[in-house]
Structure formats: C-alpha cells, structure tokens
Design a protein around this ligand. Structure first.
Ligand code: GL4
Length: 803
C-alpha cells in the first residue's frame, strides 16, 4: 500500500498566491517585506513544483505496474535553459500564476527572468536532448535522461573591445529548486588499477582509484501533466571527504586535495561543440556518467526481472553521439564480470539494447582515444573492446581496415558505437544519406539494415507556446490549441495565409515581439532599433562551417553598395548575431571580432540614416533565443552544404514565422519540402557540388576575381579599413579566403548576395511576405520533437507510448 499526499491544484489565483506565500514563509524563511526577487521566484517555483510531484509518482508507479519498456537517454549535454515558465505552462497554470504573482505585487516577467539558465550543453546537440525530454514526457514514454550535473555549465561570454572573453558560469550560485538529491543513490566509479583473469570470460578489475557518482533528480512534466519523467544527473563526490591525518598534521591543503580532484570530474562542461579535448579528464567524465547510468538502470531492471535475456525487451539505451560510447564496453563488462555471462551472450544482449545517434560528420568529432590512455584509465574496458573488435573481424573476415575499432594505437569510438548498437541513426534525411556514403560507408555495407534516419525536431511547447504568446493566441483563436500536442494541426493555418485578417494578426504579433526585443537590446547598448526594419538573425555556435563570415562579408558589401547608391530604395535591416566560440578556436574568435568591428563602423555611419545596423548581444543562450526567435523576420541557415547535420534553430524560426535564407543543408532540405520552394530562399552549392569542388582542390581566386563586391570587401578587411589601429588584425581571414577556403565562402558569395537582394524585394511586398510567413508556420508540423520521439519509439526503441 502506498500513501500519497497530493497538494490540491489551486482553483484560482488567490489560492495559488497563498501557496506562494506559504513557501516564502516556511520554505524560504522570509517575510514579504524582506523578500528579494529571487526569494519570490523560489517561492513560486516551490508552489509549482508541489503540483508536479504527485503526477511524477504516478508515472513511476505506472511504469513499474505495467512493466513497460523504459528508454534511457544517455547524453553528455542537456541544454535545458530555464525551467519555471515551461513547467507552469505545461501544467496549464500560466495565466493563474501570473495573476497570483502580480497580486502579490511582483512583476511576472522580472521574476521569470531571475532564473539562471541551466546551460549544461554547448548547442544543438544538448538542446535537442532537452527537447526530447519534453517530448518523451508529453507522449507518455517511460524514460530517463542521464547526464552530468556540471558545477559550471557553458562559459559566460562578454565582449571586451569586440573580443570574446570567457568567464566561468555559475548557475548553482543560487538555490536550484527543481532538483532532488538522492543521497541513498551513489555508485563507486573506478579508474585505472589492475585486471586479473577470472573464470571463463570473466575478470576481476581492481581500480586504482575511484569517485562516487551521486544522483540528483529533476522531474520533467509533460504537457497537461499527464506524464512526468526524470532527468537524473550525476555529480562526482570523493569517497572520503578529506584526509583527517594530513589535516591534523597541519597539511590543510593536502588534506583536501584528493577530494578536490574527485570533484573535478563533474566540475565543467567542455566548451567545445565538435572536437574532443582535455583528453584524460574528458574520458573520465564520459565513463563516469555512462557507468553510473548503466549501473542504475540495471538495478532498476533487476527489481522486477530475474532473467537477463529480457533486457532488450525492457530496456533501450540511446547513446547521444559517441560521448557515452564507452557504455557499450561497460554494459558488457557488467554482464560478464558481475553476472557471469559469456562474452558472446553479453555482446548479443548489449547489442539488442543499445542504439547510437550520430550528430556530425566532422571527422574531428568522431572521438578517438589513445590505446595507452585507455589502458591506463580503463584497462578492463580495453580488453572488452579488443574482444568486440576480434569478434567483429571473425564475423566479417573481409572487413576493410576503416571498420576496425582499434587501429594505429587508437580506439575509434564511432566504430565501437556502431558495432555495439542495434540501430544507428542520423538526424536529417541528407545527413543520414551522407553517413551511409561517407563516414560509415563500409560499416553500412556490412550492416545494411542498421542505419535509419530520424529527423530532429523541437518542442512546440517551449518554442511557440511559451516563447511567443502573441502567435500562440492568434493560432488558438483560429484553430484551437490541439497543435500543442499534435503539431500537424498547424496545416489548418495554410488556407488562412490567403486571409487578410489572419495576415494582419500575424503582422501585429511579430511587430509586438520586435518592439519587445528592441527594448531589450536597447537596454544592452544596441541603441534604437526600428521595429519596422527587417530583423535578420543568425544565432548559433560560432563555427567556420556555419559561415557567420559569409553573412558579415555580405553585410559589409551591402554597406559599400548603400554608400555608393544612397538614393536607392534600400529597405531597413537589422543584422543580429548571437553565439559563442570555443575558447581555443582562434579563427572563430577572430570572426567575432570582425563582426563587431564591421558592426561598429556601420553603426557609426550616419549617412545610412539607420537603414543598416549590426547588433551582437553577448552571451547568447537558450533564454536569449526565446526572445530573438519570435522577433525574427529572416533566419540565416547558411552552412556549407553537407556540414550541418540537421540544425534545429532553422525549425524554431520557421515555426515562429520567419522566412529562411539557407543552403540545401541538414534539415533545410526537409523544410523546403514542407513549405514549398517558393516560400524559402535557397541558394548556393549543394553538398555534392561542394564535394566535387574540394575533390579538384578548390581555388577561390576565380570566384573573388569574378565578383568585384567580394574582392572589395576582402581588400578592405586586409587593408585594415575595419581595424585602423591594427591593420594586420584580419590578414589571416583574408588569407584563409584567398588560399584555404575549405568552407567555400567565396564560391557561395555571389549567390548569397543575389538572394539577399531578392529578399530585399520580397520584404517590400508585405502581404506576400506575410503569406509566406503563414505558410512556413503551417508547414512545420513534422518538425515537432514529438514526431521525432514517436519515430524513435517505433523504429529504434520498439517502445510503446502512453496513447
Ligand atoms: C549537432 C549538429 O551540428 C547539428 O546540426 C544538429 O542539429 C545537432 C542535433 O542533432 O547536433 N552535432 C553536434 S556535435 N553539435 C550539434 O549541434
């Protein structure tokens, strides 16, 4: 018999206000006259959190009672951002909560903005994991997210004289009221040491040192509060708090050192989107959370099951990129060494249970570990990896060398993940196709049924419903709110694109968002922006393949042209950039400086009469995206074709009525299908064309010579026009464009310029622009992460959702 004390759902704002006051008084311990904004936020959060707990218990109970298959999403990153507003909306108390708080004399927006972003991720990969958590709860799939509770999430970015400066981020400086520490759940995670052979395939691994993985749980309520899953994050703790002997001898620092070392494992998120670094610590982080998660899910499985052969029927483990790929060896190790299975049986079971998502074709991102490093950190796992590799070779005697897991003294984690998984998926149709043709061509030939495509998606709860109330209300008025959980319903908007009244509503909602954004940017020093200008936005990590450089080159060329033809009917544009560069990525940081230098020059040019502005607010993060995306008219998705695996920002913008200018890359291809080629601005070389250019050794000189606008901008950059105090500053960029233009910026420049001028024209035809905008929204049904999750459930996990 289990007893539940459920807090009753408030009937009205007064009841909720009294719950908030109750928490302010008894949980936070503050009287109203001394309460800070954070105190109010915490009190509100506790009042809302109370309402999430009973449904959470119910979901857990139902999963056990019905013995449902569970999904475990192992991800090094969960870029969840703020949680309060999403939770309030998901449980359907948005308006009431606002009334309650305002009745208590607090400003709703200011209180919400007080919440720090949980930035436990770098970019798209981590944000995707967060959208998937929301969707797994919404569709009622029993699931756990497993990751690392970093003390410091992604670094905080500021600009000093236009240069990026990084500082440690401190999201845990304030209380984090959403998590529950589970003090009873901790696992000892070992490293190094020795391995002695045991019976059969088994061995005894005696680690040389160890840390504890301590569990912290966050409830993840789905829409309507029908189902709630758990995000369990691991924090590294020392086995012994400090060494009393050394302390008593006066060695205070030495006494604390081992503990500090243990904690470094979960101290920082690697500020890197595509390349592994920090070698040993990174490997330890990966093993730390994979091993803790696998031990935890095995414990849960064994509560109700004795027969290990049922594992693949009851458990699906998703490896989010190669970061948790060591989990393949860990699961096999546990089955052999702890449960006495043979290697072959263990391998079969593991391969039935594990699945791997590939998120990038960039070769430097397919992790590789040195044999020596693996031997010293995870000696038993190295043995198991060798066994996997030998088995694969025995089964595929003619396999080419590129399919080996261990090669040239390195362990290739991509191959380990592929060989150890039941399903391997790419994240857009194009990306999956390229996976089959490039990085995994040989493994695909050996295992032709293994690769499947699951195109990414984003949650419409956060990315329309919560972040864009104006648009949400407009849609709800016309087609009801069924779209929130069935995004295909947006199709019903398609005929409304031809209705002047609907377009007017769309226009008004967008304009209000632009006014709000302009005020917010003005507070951050952007000056006055014209809300009737075209807001042209590129927000994402700074990476050469994403080609912020192409955007700023075109901006500078436009500036030249506007000065030459001041009387032409130039539409007003605001070019908005946002994004961080990995701290060690010098070229990306130089591009940030170039954007800021060109921006300063343009913004100071009064002859333009405000018709061109460049804005780059520092420290782009999830909550900034929530402000920028609803206010965007134009979405820049201009990566070198074949390099952006999917993109998810592209989907968010379209859903919010922005039109896309983009290459045929990643999910842009599918967005074009969904909205029709006349409602998206596609330009540039295709992936195959880029490949062909590179095959022949791409030479950018003809492209530069053929386009005087491009030639002029490159010369301006090289001559120091944008950096008069330091004329050589951007020489490197000129040199790259002229001699090592791997990302084919120069080859795509003319096409980009031309399409931007077409966009200028299209912008002037307001009604038609709004029609296109409406059709973009209407076509976005398939880009809901609910659809992605249902695809995974059917094609990868073989798991049932609640419906
Ligand atoms: C990424 C891809 O670069 C991005 O295109 C994709 O949308 C995202 C989620 O699948 O994964 N891969 C890496 S690494 N970082 C990403 O954001």
């Amino acid at each position: 018999m289990s007893f539940t004390h459920a807090v009753t759902r408030p009937e009205n704002a007064d009841e909720l206000a009294s719950a908030i006051l109750g928490h302010l008084t008894y949980t936070i311990g503050k009287p109203t006259d001394a309460a800070t904004r954070s105190d109010w936020r915490l009190a509100l959060t506790h009042a809302i959190r109370d309402l999430v707990i009973a449904p959470w218990f119910d979901s857990v109970r139902r999963s056990y009672a019905e013995d449902r298959k569970r999904v475990y999403y192992l991800s090094m990153e969960f870029l969840i951002g703020r949680l309060l507003e999403d939770a309030v909306d998901n449980i359907g108390l948005g308006d009431m909560a606002r009334d309650a708080l305002e009745g208590l004399g607090q400003d709703w927006r200011e209180v919400l903005d007080d919440e720090p972003d949980a930035a436990l991720g770098n970019g798209g990969l981590g944000r995707l994991a967060a959208c998937f958590l929301d969707s797994m709860s919404t569709v009622g799939l029993p699931a756990h997210g497993y990751g690392i509770r970093y003390d410091h999430g992604l670094f905080r970015q500021s600009f000093h004289d236009g240069w990026q400066v990084e500082e440690a981020e401190e999201w845990l400086r304030q209380a984090h009221p959403w998590e529950f520490q589970r003090r009873e759940v901790q696992y000892r995670i070992g490293f190094g040491g020795t391995v002695t052979p045991g019976e059969g395939d088994a061995a005894h691994w005696e680690p040389g040192d160890a840390v504890l993985a301590a569990a912290y749980d966050t409830p993840v309520p789905g829409w309507g509060g029908k189902w709630t899953n758990t995000l369990r994050l691991w924090s590294a703790k020392p086995e012994r708090l400090f060494e009393l002997d050394r302390f008593n001898q006066g060695d205070f620092v030495g006494a604390a050192a081992p503990a500090i070392l243990a904690q470094t494992i979960s101290r920082v998120l690697y500020p890197d989107d595509t390349t592994p670094q920090g070698k040993e610590l990174r490997l330890k982080q990966e093993y730390f959370f994979s091993a803790a998660s696998i031990r935890d899910l095995m414990r849960r499985f064994l509560i109700d099951h004795e027969d290990l052969s049922q594992l693949p029927d009851k458990v699906a483990i998703q490896l989010n990129d190669t970061h948790p790929a060591i989990g393949v060896a860990e699961l096999i190790r546990v089955l052999i060494d702890d449960h006495g299975m043979s290697f072959d049986a263990a391998f079969e079971l593991a391969r039935g249970t594990l699945h791997y998502t590939n998120h990038t074709l960039m070769p430097e991102a397919l992790e590789r570990w040195g044999w020596d490093l693996m031997q010293s950190v995870l000696p038993r796992h190295l043995q198991i990896i060798e066994m996997i590799d030998r088995r694969h070779e025995a089964e595929n005697p003619d396999r080419p060398d590129v399919t080996r897991i261990i090669d040239h003294g390195e362990i290739r984690m991509g191959n380990l993940a592929f060989i150890g998984s039941c399903r391997v998926n790419g994240v857009s149709a194009l990306h999956t196709d390229l996976m089959k043709r490039t990085v995994f061509a040989d493994l695909h030939a050996l295992h032709p049924d293994r690769i499947v495509n699951v195109t990414n998606g984003v949650t419409p709860r956060r990315w329309i419903n919560t972040c864009n109330p104006g648009l949400r209300n407009l849609i709800n008025d016309r087609i009801g709110d069924g779209w929130v959980t069935d995004l295909d319903e947006l199709e019903k908007l398609r005929p409304l694109a031809d209705e002047a009244g609907f377009r007017e509503g769309l226009d008004a909602a967008k304009r209000a968002n632009k006014v709000r954004l302009s005020n917010w940017l003005a507070d951050r020093g952007a000056g006055t922006l014209d809300p009737d200008a075209l807001f042209d936005v590129q927000i994402k990590r700074l990476h050469e393949y994403k080609r912020q450089l192409l955007n700023i080159l075109e901006t500078a060329a436009l500036w030249n042209e506007m000065r030459e033809h001041p009387d032409r009917d130039w539409p007003s544009r605001v070019k908005i950039f946002g994004g961080k560069a990995a701290p060690g990525y010098a070229q990306a940081k130089l591009i940030i400086k170039l954007i800021n230098d060109i921006g300063a020059k343009i913004n100071a040019d009064e002859s333009l009469r405000g018709r061109l502005k460049v804005v780059y607010p520092a420290n782009y993060n999830v909550s900034m995206a929530e402000k920028l995306i609803p206010a965007a008219d134009l979405s820049e998705q201009i990566s070198t074709a074949g390099m952006e695996a999917s993109g998810t920002g592209n989907m968010k913008f379209s859903m919010n009525g922005a039109l896309t200018v983009g290459t045929l890359d990643g999910a842009n291809v599918e967005i074009r299908e969904a909205v029709g080629p006349e409602n998206i601005f596609i330009f540039g070389k295709t992936a195959d064309e880029v490949h062909a250019l590179r095959e022949h050794g791409y030479d950018s000189r003809p492209a530069i010579e053929a386009d005087p606008r491009l030639a002029r901008v490159i010369s301006q950059i090289e001559s120091g026009e944008f950096s008069p105090g330091d004329p050589d500053r951007f020489k490197g960029i000129g040199d790259t464009l002229r001699h090592h233009d791997w990302f084919v910026v120069t080859a795509d420049f003319s096409a980009y310029w031309a399409i931007q001028r077409r966009i200028d024209d299209a912008w002037k035809h307001r009604e038609d622009w709004l029609r296109k905008s409406a059709i973009n929204i209407a076509g976005m049904g398939r880009f809901s992460s609910d659809r992605s999750i249902r695809n995974y459930a059917e094609r990868v996990w073989q798991a049932e959702t609640m419906e």
